[in-house]
Design a protein around this ligand. Structure first.
Ligand SMILES: Cc1ncc(C[n+]2csc(CCOP(=O)(O)OP(=O)(O)O)c2C)c(N)n1
Length: 812
């Protein structure tokens, strides 16, 4: 294929000279760009309306029209206009580029782009670049067994579906971090720009380093309307819009209009100016002439009518340029002859006879508008697993282990060990690992990473600042949406990372967790989609230990959220101590295409397992802790005390100690669960343990008192269908919390060791001698606790300083 330009890429030309070529749109290139755009618009309208007669070989008849008219026209011509011009820039400059459509409901435009570039047929050979392929392309859109109406996973070149609006800029910024040669064009819908996440995302440039990162070119598309009303930014005085984005640090370039070919010239000029500015910034940063201050990155404000080139009026009502163009402007085509005629006129306005040959193949002008090979945005490897496909170079996590001499005997901050592990991951993977956190790296005890990397920062740095600077690669911004979205963009382009956040505020970005998991779920069905590094989320500063911050900080809801996702992607780990955390983290960093949720608190906590025991425990996902109970495993115990989560595990082990010491003939088994997904049946989750193993741990009829980190309903959900699931009595977080002592949190939520003992005795198969007295003692302990905390403002010493006394021999 020719480069499709009279002025081919020339490695010898400077960026300024190349930009000049982009600026000068000659007649031949104008014809190509316009032909490509018209072809794209034709294909977009065809996808929305036609099930037959794709090339209009005969006058349109009602039977050519789909029975259900679905899709969004309004945003599409703007999206394809931008695509056509960026493709031209790529042809001239060789710029590696990725296209993110914020208003992803313009899916047909991006599907059409992939088809015009030939990628679609390469990926889906059934949809060839010929008339038969075109027919299938139209029929599959928004159809049963076909493709979604958005720029979904099925769309080659996409890393951003744009279904849930608000994330286009965060994905774009994540994609260019440590990706110096990449330009991400991010189209921001003016409706989308009203969302909280998008509003916060403009700050991305305050964290971008022009030497080591690529560039984001935001295009704010002010087409004026949303679904049924105007947009805020389109109705503002343009000066205010300029000031707003100028205040965010952008150099605002404006293009407005609908006249053709005038808009082609205007946009070529704007894009050339933007790209020249980007290259100037990058070159000065890379050739040592940069003064280190935050560059003024360009952005484009594009004002075009919604539904541009579509029907001006329908039934006498203005449609183009209004919200009425948002979806399907002519809705009655099947039964309304006038609408049908108007649709045909609309389709023919793109002059398909100039765009398609006899057999449906594309004309030379259209083909010549495409960049070549991997430079086609629909084929860019950046959007399919990235350029770096290597896994992380991981140090041996065993080297960071805590030396546990005796279980539940010493306390340590487990996440600090993870910080040390990540410090060395940073050191060994300077091009493909980042930690993302809403200002909590130190708070979450992960600060060891600062030994090898500063916080990324492109704004001013003061002497009083600590570990802050432009070459930093630890991402801290007080926005869960930014952190989550940046990590998504980073992993979808092949790099690895972790989002560490306070547990309660993970709900701020919970919807992103869901949307990303959906993406991974669907990608699993597409053999051509490369596996991408997993989305690793660490929830720390958890509900049980937010006794100082109080009720607002107590919410383990993300577990429930991840549970709703398909088993093919969702993973939930509750390591009880540091060594288990290290083993789990190592596993997660090696994994691909999962959503890994890791939940562990940051406060000093009891350590239970040696590193070898931890590895074995994590490999199994759940096991009996023989040292904690008095069950010899030869016959069924009287009760199973199970736990998942660090604080509740301490309570469980303490409860078992009370039971085994005070009722030595009452057989207590202790089971710890680190991989929550071992509990469901295998048919419900691939990690589900087989029935034999489940029976080995939980028997199939002995009652289980389960102390769970999260909301109790989660355990009932995962043990559904296991033998006699009703015997699982779950204690967990029941929305009782406040500013109080750590142990009082467990008391308030009825998950304390004393509650667990009482539960065990109330639910055991037999009532052992001494049970009544022991329950009375537990009640007395609870009463004593109530009085003690109020008087002393801290926990009783026997609880606060509790450790498991070392046992010389097994208790049985
Ligand atoms: C978070 C979110 N809220 C609501 C919607 C429903 N929705 C779909 S399109 C749309 C209007 C989008 O307007 P805009 O971003 O300006 O896109 P365009 O005008 O280019 O179609 C809305 C509200 C959504 N997809 N996501």
């Amino acid at each position: 294929m020719s480069l499709g330009t009279d002025t081919p890429t020339d490695q010898q030309l400077s960026s300024a000279e190349l930009a000049e070529r982009v600026r000068q749109l000659d007649d031949a290139d104008l014809a190509r760009v316009d032909a490509w755009w018209r072809a794209n618009n034709y294909l977009t309208v065809g996808q929305i309306y036609l099930q037959d007669n794709a090339l209009l070989r005969e006058p349109l008849r009602p039977e050519h029209i789909k029975p259900r008219l679905l899709g969004h026209w309004g945003t599409s011509p703007g999206l394809s206009f931008l695509y056509a011009h960026l493709s031209r820039l790529i042809r001239i400059t060789g710029q590696q580029s990725i296209y993110l459509a914020g208003p992803g409901h313009g899916g047909p435009a991006l599907v059409a782009a992939g088809w015009l570039e030939g990628t679609y047929s390469e990926v889906y050979p059934r949809i060839g670049q010929d008339e038969a392929g075109l027919h299938r392309l139209f029929r599959q859109f928004s159809a049963p067994g076909g493709i979604p109406s958005h720029v979904s996973v099925t769309t080659p070149g996409s890393i951003h579906e744009g279904g849930e609006l608000g994330y286009v800029l965060v994905h774009a910024f994540g994609a260019v971090m440590d990706n110096p040669d990449l330009l991400a064009l991010a189209v921001v819908g003016d409706g989308e720009a009203e969302t909280g996440p998008l509003e916060g995302a403009w700050k991305g440039i305050s964290f971008l380093n022009p030497a080591q990162d690529g560039a984001v070119l935001p295009v704010l598309h002010l087409n004026g309307a949303k679904i049924s009303g105007p947009t805020v930014l389109s109705r503002k005085d343009p000066a205010e819009v300029r000031e707003l984005f100028s205040g965010h640090g952008y150099e605002v370039i404006e293009v407005e209009g609908s006249d053709l070919p005038g808009m082609h010239y205007g946009f070529a000029e704007a894009l050339a100016t933007a790209w020249a500015a980007i290259r100037r910034i990058q070159e000065s940063a890379r050739n040592g002439t940069w003064d280190g201050s935050r560059p003024r990155w360009p952005m484009i404000v594009l004002r075009t009518p919604k539904g541009w080139t579509g029907p001006e009026t329908v039934d006498g009502t203005q449609v183009a340029g209004t919200f009425r163009a948002h979806q399907v402007p002519l809705s009655g085509v099947k039964d309304n002859a006038e609408h049908l005629a108007q649709l045909e006129q609309w389709l023919r306005s793109y002059r398909p006879e100039e765009l398609f040959g006899e057999d449906g193949t594309l004309s030379g002008d259209v083909l010549a508008a495409n960049p070549e090979g991997d430079l086609r945005m629909s084929a860019t490897p950046h959007a399919n697993g990235g350029l770096i496909t290597r896994d992380l170079d991981l140090p041996d996590f065993r080297d960071y282990a805590i030396d546990v001499k005796s279980p539940a005997d010493t306390r340590a901050e487990s996440t600090r060990k993870l910080g040390e592990f990540m410090r060395d991951i940073y050191r060994d993977n300077p091009d493909r690992f980042r930690l993302f956190s809403p200002d909590e790296t130190n708070s979450n005890r992960l600060g060891a990473v600062f030994d090898v990397s500063d916080r990324a920062w492109a704004e001013k740095v003061y002497d009083s600042d600590v570990k802050l600077g432009p070459t930093g690669r630890v991402m801290e911004v007080l926005s869960e949406h930014n952190c989550h979205g940046w990590l998504e963009g980073y992993t979808l382009t092949g790099r690895h990372g972790l989002f560490a956040t306070y547990e309660a505020f993970a709900m701020v970005s919970a919807s992103q967790t869901v949307q990303h998991s959906k993406w991974l779920e669907e990608a699993n069905h597409l053999p051509w989609r490369a596996k991408v590094p997993s989305l690793n989320i660490l929830l720390t500063s958890t509900a049980w230990r937010n006794d100082h911050n109080g009720f607002s900080h107590q919410g383990p809801g993300l577990i429930q959220t991840v549970l709703t996702q398909r088993g093919s992607v969702s993973r939930i780990y509750l390591p009880p101590d540091a060594n288990c955390l290290l083993s789990v983290a190592d596993h997660c960093f090696r994994s691909r295409s999962y959503t890994n949720l890791i939940v562990i608190d940051k406060q000093p906590q009891l350590q239970y397992l040696t590193i070898d025991e931890a590895i074995e425990h994590c490999e199994r996902g759940a096991s009996i802790w023989e040292w904690a109970g008095n069950d010899d495993g030869t016959s069924d115990p009287d009760i199973v005390l199970a736990s998942a989560g660090d604080v509740v595990t301490m309570e469980t082990v303490a409860a078992a100690q009370i039971l085994t010491e005070r009722l030595p003939h009452f057989r207590t088994r202790v089971v710890n669960v680190v991989d929550l997904m071992t509990l469901p049946r295998r048919k419900d989750h691939p990690h589900g343990m087989d029935p034999m193993l489940f029976r080995e741990l939980f028997t199939d009829h002995v009652d289980v008192v389960f102390a769970f980190h999260g909301f109790p309903g989660a355990i009932h959900q995962v043990v559904h269908g296991r033998p006699d699931a009703d015997r699982f009595h779950v204690r967990g977080f029941i929305e009782e919390g406040t500013t109080t002592t750590p142990f009082d949190m467990t008391v308030k939520n009825k998950a304390s060791r004393y509650h667990l003992v009482i539960d065990a005795l109330n639910n055991a198969r037999r009532t052992p001698p001494g049970a009544t007295e022991l329950k009375a003692w537990c009640e007395a302990q609870l009463a004593k606790h109530e009085a003690y905390v109020v008087e002393h403002l801290e926990d009783m010493p026997e609880v606060r300083d509790w450790v498991l006394p070392a046992r010389d021999t097994a208790p049985y």
